[in-house]
Design a protein around this ligand. Structure first.
Ligand code: PLP
Length: 401
């Protein structure tokens, strides 16, 4: 066996990618599989984004850029944070990475020492605990349930914090739950954080443009700028990007804004990892942020219809239930009544659904066990006809149990 580092041995490959790869392999072998396991919009990348990238290529923008992104890109990202999230961002406290994922990776690796703890609300996005563990931290799950719409209370957070806590990871709208935190709950969370000055906060708002209830998006850095970017005491890092909102997953551009000490630390690490985000993708992301945003209203309508279709069908099936998510394009289905006997866990249930032609990701991949939750995540980033067919297959599969 080749020897791998202890840091690498602490992490597992992404289970969402594993399920998607499995579905692709089955499809290539001739099976008819509908994949509802991927976390990316099926809608086309806006044409003005494509045009900007073609122009950048023709202009010869094929060289290294500054480590944290071009000044045009930083300005466009700061514009996005100010316009869409109400955060007083400037190019100086904004940085650009190869996807939101890389920004999160660099932020955690730049600040965590062995023995530090990272509080992560569960169910969680698959990469959070893996990155935290890779960086040397111990993961402290903060369980939530469908009954509380997958939101934790300020009291629960207070109880989870210890002198070793280094980060709280917040994700609203959340993957895999679609949970959205309202402003008053974020203010209560901030009051807990006021009592714990060592704790840094990651506010991952990458799905903020995909919210269904209307109104302004509530986020910690906008509600409490004193906590966010307060010189050396600033400690809220907000993550955003173009992957989800502008259907640019493969172009790998993510944004972060926060206190300058942390932004500079992330860029120090980035200078030795990817070097800079892709020059052509940056040109596309500038166009995405500076160009028209009105198509987003149509996209929200499309996703909202799909959400309603999926939730109504799932809630009518025996043994399955889901809260109606307020944002993102996922719903987390509780399938606990179907587990037991021949179906030992939700991993087995996901394989049973795959046998019936639908790929989903089991809740256990998202830390569901910490919440006593067995079930699966459906991504409704697929056309309505595809979703209807998939739902029919799921119904056939569960009625056989
Ligand atoms: N944050 C959350 C909650 C996500 O679900 C994802 C992607 O699945 C990301 C961040 C990273 O997005 P990307 O690196 O593609 O920009």
């Amino acid at each position: 066996q080749p020897q791998l580092s202890q840091a690498l041995q602490r992490i597992q490959p992404s289970p969402t990618t594993a399920m998607t790869d499995r579905a692709t392999a089955m499809r290539e072998a001739g099976r008819d599989i509908i994949s509802l396991s991927v976390g990316e919009p099926d809608l086309p990348t806006p044409p003005h984004v494509i045009a900007a990238m073609q122009q950048a290529l023709r202009d010869g923008q094929t060289r290294y850029t500054p480590v944290g992104g071009t000044s045009a890109m930083k300005r466009a990202a700061a514009l996005h944070f100010a316009r869409d999230l109400n955060i007083a961002a400037t190019p100086a406290n904004t940085t650009i990475s190869a996807g939101g994922k890389q920004a999160i990776f660099h932020a955690l690796c730049a600040t965590i020492d062995p023995g530090d703890e990272v509080v992560i609300p569960a169910p969680w996005w698959v990469s959070y605990p893996e990155i935290a563990r890779f960086a040397g931290a111990t993961v402290v799950p903060l369980p939530t349930t469908p009954a509380s719409a997958f939101r934790f209370t300020a009291q629960a957070l207070e109880a989870a914090i210890t002198p070793r806590t280094r980060w709280l990871l917040l994700n609203s709208p959340g993957n895999p739950t679609g949970a959205v935190f309202p402003a008053d709950e974020l203010r209560a969370i901030a009051e807990v954080l006021d009592r714990h000055p060592r704790v840094l906060v990651m506010s991952d708002d990458i799905y903020a443009p995909l919210r269904y209830s209307g109104g302004d998006h509530a986020t910690l850095a906008a509600l409490r700028p004193d906590l966010a970017a307060n010189g050396d005491k600033g400690r809220v890092l907000t993550i955003s990007g173009v992957s989800k909102s502008h259907a640019m997953t493969g172009l790998r551009i993510g944004f972060a804004t926060g206190p300058e000490w942390l932004i500079r630390a992330m860029e120090r690490l980035q200078s030795h990892s990817s070097g800079n985000p892709c020059s052509i993708s940056q040109a596309g992301a500038v166009a995405a942020m500076e160009g028209p945003q009105d198509f987003l209203a149509d996209w929200r309508q499309i996703f909202r219809r799909r959400r309603d279709l999926v939730c109504a069908a799932v809630n009518a099936m025996p043994g399955l239930s889901t809260p109606v998510p307020d944002g993102a394009f996922y719903c987390l289905v509780d399938a606990a009544p179907l587990i037991g006997g021949d179906m030992p866990d939700d991993g087995a249930l996901a394989l049973h659904l795959l046998d019936h032609g639908v790929a989903v990701v089991p809740a256990s991949a998202f830390g569901g066990a910490h919440c006593g939750l067995s079930g699966f995540r459906i991504s409704f980033a697929a056309g309505e006809d595809t979703l209807r067919e998939a739902l029919q297959r799921i119904e056939t599969a569960v009625t056989k149990l």
